[in-house]
Design a binder for this molecule. Structure first.
Ligand code: AMP
Length: 119
């Protein structure tokens, strides 16, 4: 599957549509989810064109991987959930109902979350 640069996160990265930005580096951009599923709900995307976690883990350079992972940690710190706890989640593909075909990790917290279950 080829990367579709018309996806909504590609548009945010190009500055074509706005986002409520939390963190930005050379490798990552973090912003609040438009439809929050927890009191604190942010998304962290890599700056490169990667469809999913599978695509990113296979193709990204070591610098991109390190910069992205560090960006996720920095985002959690800026959100103020490092002490209280948070959940990271990345949906890949149809069974996980991935909606946007640009890798994104959800950072959820700010309240007691339900137990993570498979379905
Ligand atoms: P997923 O199901 O893992 O692909 O999640 C996609 C997420 O992107 C959902 O939680 C949406 O609420 C969120 N989303 C979609 N469009 C935007 C947007 N323009 N700004 C912020 N979050 C968005």
């Amino acid at each position: 599957m080829a990367y579709d640069n018309g996806n909504v996160f590609a548009k945010i990265l190009r500055g074509e549509i706005p986002c409520d930005k939390i963190y930005e580096s050379a490798y990552a951009l973090a912003f609040y989810d438009l439809n929050p599923q927890a009191k604190v709900h942010a998304l962290v995307v890599p700056k490169g064109e990667y469809i999913s976690f599978a695509d990113f883990s296979a193709r990204a350079s070591a610098a991109e991987i390190a910069g992205y992972i560090r960006g996720i940690g920095e985002t959690a710190k800026l959100l103020g959930v490092e002490e209280s706890g948070y959940r990271l989640l990345a949906n890949h593909g149809a069974d996980a109902k991935q909606e946007v075909p640009h890798l994104h990790v959800h950072v959820c917290g700010g309240e007691q979350l339900g137990k993570l279950i498979a379905r």
